[in-house]
Design a protein around this ligand. Structure first.
Ligand SMILES: C[S@@+](CC[C@H](N)C(=O)[O-])C[C@H]1O[C@@H](n2cnc3c(N)ncnc32)[C@H](O)[C@@H]1O
Length: 328
């Protein structure tokens, strides 16, 4: 299943199934409790996802969004490495397996996949949901604690999605170094907040020092041109809202935008975008203003007008997060 829309729909149907038979108010209460826990002090000494109700709530509420964010990061990576596909995948802190769905939506076919997490109920539910996706039937769901003792078998791709946030600083550094020595490619995704960006920049630096090249979002592997504290690099992925979302968040919008920060890096040669659109393009009469991160490296605003012909058409279609100019 490599059609991303079909994957998202299959995932959604499997997640809806989880809540069947659960009174809607009970699911909403579990989500509210989880949100409160996540707002509290993380890292924690023990898993936040303690039982099936916690995990079902997490999966139904968050998995569609983490899937879309990871999928967007992987697509940007795939554009920078069009000839490459992972022959194996390890998802660290994988929980219910959103990243495994995103990998199989990006690169078709089956491959050995291992999901590592310390929360047994999350792994059990991940396995249950994955039964709906033929590419994920043989995934190994393995209980494992991230820390100094973590060992990761050699693999093509490691994903770490929405996990660094839950780790102490020393464990974050050790984890990035451990995956750097085990993987050919590493994709890390965090919430699109100033803190999420700071964790991504720290990890990016460690990956570069370990010999990786940055494939996306940056057009280069040099230092990030953002002056710390003045801004943060992040992107946005559109997610259809489920009825559970509407219940917890109120309102009737059919979608919401998941903000995320990410880095994708590889040991093998990659061709990063010449530049990337780092804010929502501003469309004015006869012109489009694009905020770009360029290979120089520098942040710059460029104005594309009708006089630019086809490039102007492309600019009108450009989205926040796209490579610029678009590939032929
Ligand atoms: C916010 S969830 C993200 C899950 C999944 N990667 C996703 O994108 O939907 C964070 C995950 O990290 C796991 N985790 C946090 N600290 C951990 C640790 N020290 N060892 C192993 N797993 C950990 C949690 O159990 C949880 O499944």
């Amino acid at each position: 299943m490599n059609d991303p829309v079909a994957s998202a729909e299959t995932l959604r149907a499997a997640l809806d199934g989880l809540l069947d038979g659960l009174p809607p108010r009970q699911a909403a209460t579990a989500v509210e409790r989880l949100i409160a826990n996540y707002r509290g002090a993380t890292p924690t000494d023990a898993p936040i996802l303690r039982d099936r109700a916690d995990v079902a709530a997490y999966a139904a509420y968050r998995m569609p969004a983490t899937f879309e964010a990871v999928h967007a990061a992987l697509e940007a990576f795939a554009e920078a490495a069009p000839e490459w596909a992972p022959g194996s995948h390890v998802d660290v802190g994988g929980g219910t397996g959103a990243a495994t769905w995103a990998v199989s939506a990006t690169w078709p076919g089956r491959r050995p996949v291992t999901v590592l997490d310390w929360a047994e109920p999350a792994l059990a539910l991940g396995r249950e949901i994955a039964a709906a996706n033929p590419a994920l039937r043989d995934v190994r769901w393995q209980r494992s604690r991230i820390g100094a003792a973590l060992s990761i078998e050699s693999t093509d791709l490691v994903t770490i999605s929405y996990v660094l946030n839950e780790l102490a600083e020393a464990d974050r550094a050790t984890l990035v170094d451990t995956v750097a020595s085990a993987a050919q490619a590493v994709v890390i995704v965090e919430p699109g907040t100033p803190d999420g960006y700071a964790r991504i920049i720290e990890a990016r630096q460690r990956l570069v020092e370990a010999g990786f090249r940055i494939a996306a979002p940056c057009p280069h592997s040099a230092a990030c041109p953002i002056v710390p504290g003045t801004d943060w690099c992040h992107f946005s992925a559109r997610v259809s809202r489920s009825s559970l979302h509407r219940q917890v968040k109120g309102g009737s919008l059919a979608y919401e935008d998941e903000k995320f920060a990410y880095v994708a890096a590889a040991r093998f040669p990659v061709v990063p975008a010449p530049a990337r659109v780092v804010r929502k393009p501003q469309i004015r009469k006869g012109q489009v203003l694009l905020d770009l991160c360029e290979a120089e490296p520098a942040l710059a605003r460029t104005t594309v007008t009708k006089r630019h012909g086809d490039l102007y058409k492309a600019a009108r279609d450009a989205d926040w997060g796209d490579a610029w100019p678009p590939a032929e």
